[in-house]
Design a protein around this ligand. Sequence first.
Ligand SMILES: [Zn+2]
Length: 233
Amino acid sequence: MSQQFPYYFLLLLFLFQCTTIGFHEKKIREEMAFGEESQFRVCLIAEPDITKEEISDLFKAWNEELSFYQLKALPVELAVMERPGFWGTDILGYLMEHQLTKDCDRLLYLKGRTWGDITFEVLTLGIFVGVGLKLEVQGAVEGQSNTRGYIKAKYISTIQMLFTSPKSTLIHEGYHLLGCGHQLFMKECYEKIRDVKLLLTDPNRDPNFFPVITTRGKKILSRDQVTTFTNKD
Ligand SMILES: [Zn+2]
């Protein structure tokens, strides 16, 4: 029994990482001042099978979470396109090459579900059940500016539904888009969001850009700073 403990512990830790960014601390959150309601625009690049209804459901769930912080994410449908490559890294690479355009504070790619994905899911299902490893990544946000990311926006009933959903993936990646990393408890992330909102009054901020503090602590106050990171790569 005791020999099995580390295995279960690792499995739990892994599932925890996949589904949540940290445990909420309601009392601490409620005692913090997040200021007035602010909005930020999330430009969307969606694959052709993503419906408007799915987009609206996703943002409804995300905005329920954001209401804790007096924040609101506004979806801006920018483009519909076929996936730039099969792997998540192909999508992130594509996003890294793209600058944020004038009306975008964040860029989010909504990945659909193709026959190739379904085949891959079936092939990896055995590994998932057997050792509790999930090869398929549900979403990611780039760490250079924390402004661009993707989520798997479509799930049809597979075993994954037990652990995750497009809504919980968006909420998770949504925290990364506000600069939060992973933590056991959420206090640090609350402070990050509060500090990002305080940047709204920074005189150096581009008034047409919703700022971010990256997971490494770098303040991004304008779209140009996002571009510079991209060019450096
Ligand atoms: Zn994460």
